[in-house]
Design a protein around this ligand. Structure first.
Ligand SMILES: [Zn+2]
Ligand SMILES: [Zn+2]
Length: 125
């Protein structure tokens, strides 16, 4: 019997109406309220943006730890050598003084790349 109040969802006013009714603001209202704030916390904004990008097929590149070098498809190539060799053919690469631990690589190209990477890390350290 009280006059029904319609909530203007998706607006700041709607958000306030939710509050007045003691209900939790729905998503559109919460979003409107967030937008109305001048300075949203930078961190959460960034996180939201990241999630957004991940959910979208965009032009943002996959920000994994992908190195410049194309990934080797051999199983276990590049794993640290505190584990047993993934294959008997693999070679153990460790550059003394490098911050990079010893790793297993397939012989040849991967081993060369691995050594170069470890070298780089020793220089950078
Ligand atoms: Zn609402
Ligand atoms: Zn490899």
């Amino acid at each position: 019997m009280s006059a029904r109040t319609t909530i203007e969802h998706g607006t700041l006013r709607g958000w306030r109406q939710h509050k007045r009714h003691g209900s939790i603001a729905c998503d559109p209202c919460a979003a409107a309220r967030r937008l109305s704030k001048q300075d949203p916390p930078a961190e959460s904004t960034q996180r939201a943006r990241q999630q957004w990008n991940r959910g979208m097929v965009g032009d943002s590149r996959p920000a994994t730890s992908a190195p410049v070098i194309e990934t080797c498809t051999v199983d276990g190539c590049g794993i640290t050598a505190d584990q047993p060799a993934p294959s008997p053919a693999m070679v153990r690469i460790h550059v003394p003084g490098s911050t990079d631990p010893a790793r297993w690589y397939c012989p040849g190209r991967c081993a060369a790349i691995g050594r170069a990477l470890a070298d780089l890390r020793s220089v950078a350290a």
